[in-house]
Design a protein around this ligand. Structure first.
Ligand code: HPA
Length: 232
Protein backbone atom coordinates (compact mmCIF):
# COMPACT_ATOMS: atom_id res chain seq x y z
CA UNK A 1 0.00 0.00 0.00
CA UNK A 2 1.15 3.50 -0.76
CA UNK A 3 -0.79 6.59 0.28
CA UNK A 4 -2.82 6.86 -2.93
CA UNK A 5 -2.56 3.34 -4.41
CA UNK A 6 -4.08 0.39 -2.58
CA UNK A 7 -1.98 -2.30 -4.25
CA UNK A 8 0.33 -4.83 -2.67
CA UNK A 9 3.97 -5.22 -3.63
CA UNK A 10 4.18 -7.13 -6.92
CA UNK A 11 0.63 -6.22 -8.00
CA UNK A 12 1.81 -3.69 -10.59
CA UNK A 13 3.76 -4.49 -13.76
CA UNK A 14 7.08 -2.88 -14.74
CA UNK A 15 5.31 -1.06 -17.58
CA UNK A 16 2.28 1.09 -16.84
CA UNK A 17 0.01 2.95 -19.25
CA UNK A 18 -1.27 6.19 -17.78
CA UNK A 19 -4.57 7.63 -19.05
CA UNK A 20 -5.86 10.70 -17.21
CA UNK A 21 -9.38 9.30 -17.00
CA UNK A 22 -9.75 6.30 -14.65
CA UNK A 23 -12.68 5.04 -16.75
CA UNK A 24 -10.23 4.78 -19.64
CA UNK A 25 -8.07 2.55 -17.44
CA UNK A 26 -11.09 0.29 -16.95
CA UNK A 27 -11.83 0.39 -20.69
CA UNK A 28 -8.26 -0.72 -21.46
CA UNK A 29 -8.42 -3.51 -18.89
CA UNK A 30 -11.76 -4.79 -20.18
CA UNK A 31 -11.04 -4.50 -23.91
CA UNK A 32 -7.29 -4.91 -24.40
CA UNK A 33 -5.85 -6.93 -21.51
CA UNK A 34 -6.22 -10.58 -20.65
CA UNK A 35 -6.79 -11.75 -17.07
CA UNK A 36 -6.98 -8.13 -15.89
CA UNK A 37 -7.33 -7.61 -12.18
CA UNK A 38 -8.16 -4.32 -10.47
CA UNK A 39 -5.50 -3.39 -7.89
CA UNK A 40 -6.67 0.10 -7.00
CA UNK A 41 -9.95 1.85 -6.28
CA UNK A 42 -8.63 4.51 -3.89
CA UNK A 43 -10.28 7.84 -4.85
CA UNK A 44 -11.84 6.04 -7.82
CA UNK A 45 -8.45 6.24 -9.58
CA UNK A 46 -8.72 2.76 -11.04
CA UNK A 47 -5.63 0.66 -11.73
CA UNK A 48 -5.43 -2.79 -13.36
CA UNK A 49 -2.79 -5.37 -14.19
CA UNK A 50 -3.18 -7.98 -16.92
CA UNK A 51 -1.32 -9.29 -19.92
CA UNK A 52 -1.06 -8.08 -23.51
CA UNK A 53 0.28 -10.60 -26.02
CA UNK A 54 1.76 -12.52 -23.11
CA UNK A 55 3.49 -9.49 -21.54
CA UNK A 56 2.49 -8.27 -18.11
CA UNK A 57 1.29 -4.67 -18.19
CA UNK A 58 -0.67 -2.31 -15.94
CA UNK A 59 -2.91 0.64 -16.63
CA UNK A 60 -3.42 3.35 -14.03
CA UNK A 61 -5.63 6.46 -14.12
CA UNK A 62 -3.75 9.61 -13.12
CA UNK A 63 -6.37 12.35 -13.00
CA UNK A 64 -5.82 15.64 -14.80
CA UNK A 65 -2.88 17.98 -14.34
CA UNK A 66 0.67 17.84 -13.08
CA UNK A 67 0.05 17.67 -9.30
CA UNK A 68 -2.19 14.65 -9.81
CA UNK A 69 0.05 12.70 -12.21
CA UNK A 70 3.04 13.53 -9.97
CA UNK A 71 1.52 11.65 -7.07
CA UNK A 72 0.81 8.51 -9.10
CA UNK A 73 4.12 8.56 -10.98
CA UNK A 74 6.11 8.95 -7.76
CA UNK A 75 4.32 6.14 -5.92
CA UNK A 76 4.37 3.80 -8.93
CA UNK A 77 8.14 4.14 -9.22
CA UNK A 78 9.19 4.39 -5.58
CA UNK A 79 6.70 2.03 -3.96
CA UNK A 80 5.97 -0.48 -6.73
CA UNK A 81 9.18 -0.56 -8.78
CA UNK A 82 7.60 0.60 -12.04
CA UNK A 83 10.24 1.15 -14.75
CA UNK A 84 8.32 2.34 -17.84
CA UNK A 85 5.58 4.98 -17.63
CA UNK A 86 3.64 5.72 -20.78
CA UNK A 87 1.07 8.47 -20.74
CA UNK A 88 -1.80 7.97 -23.18
CA UNK A 89 -3.87 11.12 -23.47
CA UNK A 90 -5.23 13.88 -25.63
CA UNK A 91 -3.88 17.26 -26.64
CA UNK A 92 -4.85 20.47 -28.39
CA UNK A 93 -2.95 21.39 -31.57
CA UNK A 94 -1.08 24.71 -31.68
CA UNK A 95 0.05 24.37 -35.30
CA UNK A 96 -1.81 24.16 -38.61
CA UNK A 97 0.34 21.19 -39.61
CA UNK A 98 -0.62 19.23 -36.48
CA UNK A 99 -3.93 17.71 -37.54
CA UNK A 100 -6.91 16.39 -35.61
CA UNK A 101 -6.63 12.63 -34.82
CA UNK A 102 -2.88 12.65 -35.47
CA UNK A 103 -0.67 11.33 -32.68
CA UNK A 104 1.85 13.62 -30.98
CA UNK A 105 4.91 12.06 -29.30
CA UNK A 106 6.30 14.51 -26.77
CA UNK A 107 10.09 14.62 -27.19
CA UNK A 108 10.18 17.37 -24.60
CA UNK A 109 7.72 19.34 -22.51
CA UNK A 110 7.67 23.05 -21.79
CA UNK A 111 5.43 24.21 -18.98
CA UNK A 112 3.75 27.15 -17.26
CA UNK A 113 3.66 25.16 -14.03
CA UNK A 114 5.60 26.28 -10.95
CA UNK A 115 6.34 22.70 -9.88
CA UNK A 116 9.83 22.57 -11.34
CA UNK A 117 10.55 26.10 -10.14
CA UNK A 118 9.91 24.84 -6.64
CA UNK A 119 12.05 21.75 -7.34
CA UNK A 120 15.02 23.41 -9.08
CA UNK A 121 14.91 27.00 -7.81
CA UNK A 122 16.76 29.30 -10.23
CA UNK A 123 17.82 26.42 -12.48
CA UNK A 124 15.85 25.43 -15.59
CA UNK A 125 15.44 21.68 -16.11
CA UNK A 126 14.38 20.50 -19.59
CA UNK A 127 11.90 17.60 -19.19
CA UNK A 128 12.53 15.13 -21.99
CA UNK A 129 11.21 11.74 -23.14
CA UNK A 130 13.19 8.56 -22.60
CA UNK A 131 14.98 7.87 -25.87
CA UNK A 132 14.55 4.08 -25.80
CA UNK A 133 10.76 4.32 -25.43
CA UNK A 134 10.59 7.18 -27.92
CA UNK A 135 12.67 5.36 -30.52
CA UNK A 136 10.61 2.18 -30.14
CA UNK A 137 7.39 4.19 -30.42
CA UNK A 138 8.50 5.90 -33.64
CA UNK A 139 9.55 2.55 -35.14
CA UNK A 140 6.25 0.89 -34.21
CA UNK A 141 4.19 3.85 -35.50
CA UNK A 142 6.04 3.77 -38.84
CA UNK A 143 5.55 0.00 -39.16
CA UNK A 144 1.82 0.40 -38.46
CA UNK A 145 1.36 3.34 -40.82
CA UNK A 146 0.14 5.54 -37.98
CA UNK A 147 0.15 9.30 -38.64
CA UNK A 148 2.24 11.04 -36.00
CA UNK A 149 4.43 14.02 -35.31
CA UNK A 150 7.02 14.51 -32.58
CA UNK A 151 8.45 17.52 -30.79
CA UNK A 152 7.93 19.89 -27.91
CA UNK A 153 4.58 20.15 -26.12
CA UNK A 154 3.36 22.60 -23.49
CA UNK A 155 2.17 21.04 -20.24
CA UNK A 156 -0.15 23.71 -18.96
CA UNK A 157 -1.76 24.04 -15.55
CA UNK A 158 -4.65 26.05 -17.02
CA UNK A 159 -7.09 24.37 -19.39
CA UNK A 160 -9.10 27.59 -19.18
CA UNK A 161 -6.75 30.55 -19.45
CA UNK A 162 -7.44 34.20 -18.65
CA UNK A 163 -5.67 35.14 -21.89
CA UNK A 164 -7.18 33.24 -24.85
CA UNK A 165 -4.12 34.03 -27.01
CA UNK A 166 -1.45 32.81 -24.58
CA UNK A 167 -0.86 29.65 -26.69
CA UNK A 168 0.41 31.78 -29.59
CA UNK A 169 3.75 32.45 -27.89
CA UNK A 170 4.35 28.69 -27.51
CA UNK A 171 3.23 28.19 -31.12
CA UNK A 172 5.75 30.81 -32.32
CA UNK A 173 8.51 28.78 -30.67
CA UNK A 174 7.46 25.60 -32.45
CA UNK A 175 5.55 23.91 -29.64
CA UNK A 176 3.23 21.38 -31.27
CA UNK A 177 0.39 20.93 -28.81
CA UNK A 178 -1.00 21.68 -25.36
CA UNK A 179 -1.67 19.03 -22.73
CA UNK A 180 -1.45 18.95 -18.95
CA UNK A 181 0.87 16.23 -17.61
CA UNK A 182 4.03 15.41 -19.61
CA UNK A 183 6.50 17.85 -17.99
CA UNK A 184 6.09 16.46 -14.48
CA UNK A 185 5.87 12.87 -15.70
CA UNK A 186 9.23 13.28 -17.46
CA UNK A 187 10.81 15.09 -14.52
CA UNK A 188 9.71 12.56 -11.92
CA UNK A 189 10.66 9.54 -14.05
CA UNK A 190 14.13 10.99 -14.70
CA UNK A 191 14.68 11.95 -11.07
CA UNK A 192 13.77 8.43 -9.94
CA UNK A 193 15.68 6.44 -12.55
CA UNK A 194 12.65 5.35 -14.61
CA UNK A 195 11.70 5.82 -18.27
CA UNK A 196 8.74 7.90 -19.47
CA UNK A 197 7.00 8.77 -22.71
CA UNK A 198 3.84 10.78 -23.39
CA UNK A 199 1.81 10.06 -26.49
CA UNK A 200 -1.34 12.00 -27.22
CA UNK A 201 -4.11 12.05 -29.79
CA UNK A 202 -4.96 15.51 -31.12
CA UNK A 203 -8.53 16.04 -29.90
CA UNK A 204 -8.91 19.73 -30.71
CA UNK A 205 -7.21 22.67 -32.35
CA UNK A 206 -6.47 25.97 -30.66
CA UNK A 207 -5.64 27.35 -34.12
CA UNK A 208 -9.14 27.04 -35.60
CA UNK A 209 -11.32 25.84 -32.69
CA UNK A 210 -12.19 22.51 -34.36
CA UNK A 211 -12.44 19.23 -32.46
CA UNK A 212 -13.06 15.53 -32.98
CA UNK A 213 -16.31 13.72 -32.18
CA UNK A 214 -16.55 11.29 -29.26
CA UNK A 215 -16.71 8.45 -31.81
CA UNK A 216 -13.45 9.59 -33.42
CA UNK A 217 -11.98 9.99 -29.94
CA UNK A 218 -12.81 6.36 -29.15
CA UNK A 219 -11.26 5.07 -32.39
CA UNK A 220 -8.15 7.23 -32.05
CA UNK A 221 -7.74 6.09 -28.47
CA UNK A 222 -7.76 2.45 -29.60
CA UNK A 223 -4.99 3.06 -32.13
CA UNK A 224 -2.87 4.95 -29.58
CA UNK A 225 -3.42 2.21 -27.01
CA UNK A 226 -2.32 -0.68 -29.17
CA UNK A 227 0.76 1.38 -30.04
CA UNK A 228 1.49 2.07 -26.36
CA UNK A 229 0.86 -1.57 -25.42
CA UNK A 230 3.31 -2.70 -28.11
CA UNK A 231 6.05 -0.85 -26.17
CA UNK A 232 5.55 -3.04 -23.08
N1 HPA B 1 -5.24 22.34 -23.51
C1 HPA B 1 -4.78 21.55 -22.54
N2 HPA B 1 -4.97 20.24 -22.52
C2 HPA B 1 -5.64 19.69 -23.53
C3 HPA B 1 -6.15 20.46 -24.56
C4 HPA B 1 -5.93 21.86 -24.55
O1 HPA B 1 -6.36 22.59 -25.45
N3 HPA B 1 -6.80 19.63 -25.41
C5 HPA B 1 -6.67 18.38 -24.90
N4 HPA B 1 -5.98 18.42 -23.77
Amino acid sequence: MSIHIGAREGDIAETVLLPGDPMRARFVAENFLEDARCYNEVRGMLGYTGTYKGKRVSVQGTGMGQPSISIYATELIRDYGVRNLIRVGSCGSLQTHVKLKQLVFAMSASTDSAMNRVRFGQLDYAPCADFTLFDRCVTQARERGISFTAGNVISTDAFYSEDPDVWKLWAKYGVLAAEMEAAQLYTIAAGNGARALAIMTVSDSLVDGSGITSEEREKGFGEMLTLALSLA
